[in-house]
Design a protein around this ligand. Structure first.
Ligand code: FAQ
Length: 348
């Protein structure tokens, strides 16, 4: 019987040789815990991240923008689902994960606690927030845990489209009227510093980085990725013709990197402690969605129990009470019945 120490050194050796760890492989308990923490935080970020943008779907300026925004927000729901599924392979249930989000035990990204005040914010989120997300997530495609790294490959492909749609919105605004350029500049002013905070605390203040890098969950440090983001985004802002709100931002000719000013870490700490402008609103929205979805979970469970009992083969999914029931959108079954030739009434 191998000792715990032998198992650990065999495990680390696999990691060092770039062999992926799979759900049924032996792993140290702390590796499992570190993954549950990071993957669940990531999953929660995706689904909470749907809220600030979904707020603008009904107000998108034209059909093309609306279709792209709808697709983007749906992609984020999908990313949440891949990540929850990857997390469940570590021996935690979906219900437990949601419970941790709803109780405030689990974090989600600081960035989603800021409000989206104008249409330009949708451009800034795609350009900056998805841009930062890609910078952080491309290395995660090589994370040592198989289910996480495979989920990240697909997520990154979709994130690139998100970043481009955001940049395209910014470009349109920057080439538009003075008022539109003003909106783009205002959005950049408000989203720049929070985007830099997305990468997490400075390396010398990041308790998890060293172990996470040894286990190859993380491949790059927080500061390293933040610097790459500043270097790339600064030149994109120059192309757009808008200014990054940092008087200290300057190219260092010796290193070839842009130096940037001090990040307000007090603001970051307050946000992750639940004191940001929208923390309460975001959590309330998730809790309400969970409560409103109870009837769907009950119906799915009842249906699967019926199927398991072998009584439902071919049976229609009818409400046994015969009473039209209101779904989460408030639409009755008559409004959502696909065989009904009448279009559903437009509800604002
Ligand atoms: N917000 O020791 P470290 C997206 C916490 S997805 C809140 O450096 P680590 C897609 C950290 O959890 C965005 N908390 O931690 C999208 C820890 O607290 P704990 C999310 C943060 O794990 C786009 C403590 O601080 N992406 O945007 C943040 O080594 C547009 C100490 O930190 C991911 O989750 C923060 N920004 O490094 C959706 C990527 N930063 O757990 C919609 C995966 C740090 O001890 C629209 N995650 N903390 O209580 C990671 O890469 C890492 O977990 C880091 C943090 C880099 C986020």
């Amino acid at each position: 019987m191998p000792t715990e120490q032998t198992q650990e050194s065999y495990f680390q050796d696999k990691i060092d040789r770039e062999v992926r760890i799979e759900p049924t492989d032996w792993m140290p308990d702390n590796y499992r815990k570190a993954l549950i923490r990071q993957i669940s935080q990531h999953a929660h970020s995706e689904i909470v991240g749907m809220l600030p943008e979904a707020n603008w779907i009904t107000r998108a300026p034209n059909l093309k923008r609306k279709a792209a925004l709808l697709a983007k927000v749906q992609d984020e729901a999908g990313h949440g689902l891949y990540l929850y599924a990857a997390c469940e392979t570590l021996g935690i249930t979906r219900d437990e994960l949601y419970e941790q989000l709803h109780s405030g035990k689990a974090k989600y990204s600081s960035i989603f606690n800021y409000p989206t005040l104008t249409w330009a914010d949708i451009g800034a989120i795609g350009w900056l927030v998805d841009g930062a997300a890609i910078m952080n997530q491309v290395p995660l495609c090589r994370a040592s845990y198989g289910p996480y790294s495979r989920a990240m490959v697909r997520i990154c492909k979709e994130e690139s489209f998100h970043q481009r749609q955001g940049f395209d919105i910014m470009l349109t605004l920057c080439r538009g009227t003075e008022a539109q350029r003003g909106m783009a500049q205002d959005a950049l002013n408000r989203w720049w510093w929070p985007s830099l905070m997305m990468f997490g605390p400075r390396d010398d203040d990041s308790p998890h980085s060293a172990q996470s890098m040894k286990w190859k969950i993380k491949r790059n440090s927080n500061d390293e990725l933040r610097q790459r983001f500043v270097d790339i985004t600064t030149e994109q802002a120059q192309f757009l013709g808008i200014s990054i709100p940092d008087p200290e931002l300057a190219l260092d000719p010796e290193t070839g990197h842009y130096r940037y000013g001090a990040i307000n870490w007090e603001e970051f700490k307050a946000i992750i402690a639940g004191q940001g402008p929208c923390n309460r609103q975001r959590l309330e929205a998730r809790k309400t969605a969970w409560a409103d979805g109870a009837w769907v979970r009950e119906a799915a469970l009842a249906h699967s129990q019926k199927r398991a009992a072998g009584t439902s083969a071919g049976a229609p999914l009818a409400d046994p009470s015969g009473v039209a029931r209101s779904g989460p959108t408030g639409a009755t079954s008559a409004e959502t019945n696909l065989s009904n030739p009448q279009p559903a009434p437009y509800v604002k």
